[in-house]
Design a protein around this ligand. Structure first.
Ligand code: ADP
Ligand code: MG
Length: 761
């Protein structure tokens, strides 16, 4: 038996499931692409199973030609050759009355012959069990098939625990340590290893090949040169010498029919998971044909199919994609394929602006998350192949998605590129792009930029007579002014938006405007006006009957109620909002409501209750991929833990928040996380200007965000007197005299924090 020498990693769930299958079925077939770990998993599962039978292993990969199949199996089973008896019969006779497990490893090249042999043996020898590994399903009646998934990889922005528990990272580090026993892989190295494993699709063979470079290069260097290293890696230790990734892919390709082979270049244009509709649009094939072609590719492990939210998504392993890209489609086909790809995803971007805010927002978020790599690819194409208008239109629509998933810096970068390409043009697309850029700039803490861009955008929309878009730009402009602390300008613009929407009888728009005016009232500490405005907005939302916006309205209202000292009413509003959010299965909303419930507990000094809610919010936001919100929830959580005296955990969560905020360009979150770390005495590198303390910087940031002293006190769990003392010290230190000057200082030194969590619509 070729029991492997190298250590086996992870696969707990797969081993359990396979163990079950093995005890219940006489024929089990493990399928999956080359290098995914079929052979290894099969052996490990058999070794760990309760069968307790002798095992015979036959490696089919080296066998070329059906004639040699029976001979190889006979040899492995030590069945002697008898003249005049066909080998298959001799094998069957020898197996009658024995109980054992026969492993046929690597059946893809000889599928039909293996299927025939297996059928014959199973009916002749009742005590026989057969385990087959193959890149393609065998297709024998009674076959229990098990699709071997790649190793689990950590998600983007994974927590320390997620990095530790990802099988792929474990394999990488295990193999790396076999080369370099005293490798000290710190957090950064682990993160890089996680990223690397994600890029390698969690494919064990690829991970082993790349880990072979540890010792020669650092993990960072390996991550940067991934593609060239993979191509030039020597074969993995212990595997056949020829087993490079390329040879694995080439073998699989040769097994496909010509029609399917022709489809592959189109499918290799996708950077991420695609749906059947995506495939049809880009490959330009018939609706009824596309399904069966995809099925063949899944059956032969070229594509991996996943079912999520009632939709099948297909991915091509990156390693396979690299191979297919090397096949080079017909010269005229390549550019056309990429254009069709870009236009298809531009259409998706267009739909997402409204889709993500509508009643099907959850489905849209799932769809956008899966499509994100392809959206980026389309943007690259638009830039490089010279269709900047398509790029501008796309990025002008993508703001809501970028905002939602915390890709602010990325989004701003694209908008800058395409707006520059548009030069001095002043049309609707440019105006749309400017509004989008302003939203992201504001969220990114760059308020002055936001005001500038939104002002130009508003001017263009007004001169074009586009009232609805003008109302949008006015709203963006108002919010930017509000973050800058200029409440009069904010109010003027919110009012402009309100009038435009009223004139268009846009009730939903009016409710948004009311909501924004309520936020201004909150800034003014006018809790009564704020409550009234939130309630008016809520009435409209209820009339319109969109549960999502009702839930948002309730969440906003609850915040005022908490601050007004009406915890019971707040709890009721939150309970109703929570029920709606659950019905909608909207992760972001659920998270927001949990955070508000955390705030409610905090206002009653119930810190363990608060910690529980914030913790749930962190989990829910993570599931939904809302990087921005995760940061807020982590900060809330650590605040509660701090109060509970669990300083170590508090610091741990803050570090997570800090690195996530830094990764996603979330300046406000970054500032808040650092301030809180400073508070814990945990911050070693603080680059604060003018010897400000972290707490002073935080107070200043909140002043710049338009908070009153009372609000700052509530927010930081301090007394108003303490806040006033902080401010007096700050004014003295900086030689300033007013809130306006303080705001200006905070903004120009990058300390301006936006601290509210109010949903904008
Ligand atoms: N869970 C695992 N732990 C350790 N090594 C693994 C694991 N899964 C796969 N490998 C290694 O990855 C390589 C590819 O796995 P293998 O089983 O040969 O893939 P397949 O049979 O699907 O082509 C082998 O070197 C194998 O030892
Ligand atoms: Mg194998």
């Amino acid at each position: 038996m070729p029991w492997p020498l190298s250590s086996f990693v992870g696969r707990a769930a797969e081993l359990a499931a396979l163990g079950e299958l093995l005890t219940r079925n006489r024929l089990v077939c493990l399928t999956g692409p080359g290098g995914v770990g079929k052979t290894r998993l099969a052996l490990e599962a058999i070794r760990g199973s309760e069968l307790g039978l002798p095992v015979t292993f036959v490696a089919l990969e080296p066998i070329r030609g059906a004639a040699f199949l029976s001979a190889a199996v006979a040899a492995a089973l030590r069945v002697r050759d008898r003249p005049d008896v066909p080998t298959n019969e001799a094998i069957a006779e020898a197996l009658v009355g024995t109980a054992q497990v026969l492993v046929l490893d690597g059946a893809e090249q000889l599928r039909d012959e293996v299927a025939d042999l297996v059928r014959g043996l199973l009916s002749a020898a009742p005590g026989l069990r057969i385990v087959v590994t193959s890149r393609r399903v065998l297709g024998v009646a009674g076959e229990a098939s098990f699709v071997v998934p790649p190793l689990a990889v950590p998600p983007v922005g994974a927590s320390a625990a997620q990095l530790d528990s990802a099988d792929a990272v474990q394999l990488f580090l295990t193999r790396a340590r076999e080369r370099l026993p005293d490798l000290a892989a710190g957090r950064d190295d682990q993160r890089l290893a996680g990223e690397l494993c994600r890029r390698l699709d969690g494919l064990p063979l690829a991970i082993e090949l790349i880990a072979g470079w540890v010792g020669t290069l650092s993990i960072g260097e390996i991550a940067a040169r991934r593609d060239t290293l993979i191509a030039s890696a020597p074969a993995a230790p212990g595997s056949e010498a020829s087993r490079t990734l390329e040879s694995v892919a080439a073998q699989s390709y040769a097994l496909l029919g010509p029609t399917v082979q022709r489809l592959l270049p189109a499918l290799s244009t996708f950077a991420g998971a695609f749906t059947i509709d995506d495939a049809q649009a880009v490959a330009a094939v018939d609706a009824h044909e596309v399904a069966s072609l995809l099925r063949e590719l899944v059956d032969s492990s070229f594509l991996v199919a996943k079912h999520e939210s009632g939709q099948a998504r297909f991915t091509m392993l990156d390693t396979v994609r690299v191979y297919v890209a090397g096949l080079a489609p017909a010269a005229d086909e390549g550019p056309e394929l990429r254009r069709r790809h870009a236009e298809h995803f531009a259409e998706l971007a267009r739909g997402s602006e409204d889709g993500l805010a509508g009643s099907e927002s959850t489905q849209w978020a799932v769809r956008m998350d899966a499509a994100n790599p392809d959206l980026e690819l389309a943007l690259w194409w638009a830039e490089e192949e010279g269709d900047p208008d398509l790029g501008l239109e796309m990025s002008a629509r993508l703001w809501r998605w970028w905002l939602m998933c915390g890709r602010l810096t990325v989004g701003r970068g694209w908008l800058r590129t395409f707006l520059q390409a548009a030069g001095r043009r002043r049309d609707e697309t440019v105006a749309h792009g400017l509004s989008a850029a302003a939203v992201l700039a504001a969220e990114n803490g760059d308020y002055a930029d936001a005001v500038r861009q939104a002002t130009v955008s508003l001017g263009i929309f007004q001169s074009l007579g586009r009232r609805e878009l003008a109302a949008f730009a006015a709203t963006v402009l108002g919010s930017a002014h509000r973050y800058l602390g200029d409440r009069d300008a904010a109010r003027r613009n919110f009012q402009v938006a309100m009038e435009l929407r009223d004139a268009m009888s846009d009730r939903r728009g009016v409710s948004v405007a009311l909501n924004n005016l309520a936020l201004l009232a909150l800034d003014d500490d006018d809790l009564i006006a704020a409550r009234e405005l939130f309630e008016q907005a809520l009435v409209i939302k209820r009339q319109l009957g969109d549960p999502r916006s009702v839930a948002i309205g309730l969440a906003n209202l609850s915040d005022v109620l908490i601050r007004t000292g009406l915890p019971e009413m707040a709890a009721r509003a939150l309970a109703e909002a929570g029920a709606l959010a659950h019905e909608l299965d909207n992760r972001q909303l659920i998270g927001t409501i949990r955070c508000n419930q955390g705030d409610l507990c905090a206002s009653r000094q119930d810190w363990s209750g608060a910690a529980g809610y914030y913790q749930t919010a962190v989990v829910v936001y993570r599931e939904g991929g809302h990087a921005h919100d995760v940061v807020n929830a982590l900060i809330g959580l650590s605040g509660a833990l701090h109060q509970l005296g669990q300083l170590e955990d508090a610091a741990k969560h803050l570090r997570e928040a800090e690195s996530l905020a830094a990764e996603t360009g979330n300046t406000q979150g970054l500032a808040a996380a650092r301030a809180a770390l400073g508070e814990l005495g945990e911050l070693t590198v603080v680059a604060l200007p003018d010897r400000l303390t972290p707490r002073q910087a935080e107070v200043l940031g909140l002043v710049a965000a338009g908070s009153s002293n009372k609000e700052i006190a509530a927010r930081l769990h301090l007394s108003v007197g303490t806040v006033e003392r902080h401010l007096a010290n700050i004014y003295a230190k900086l030689d300033i005299r007013s809130r306006v000057e303080a705001t200006r200082y905070a903004v120009s030194h990058g300390l301006a924090a936006r601290h509210d969590r109010h949903a904008g619509s």
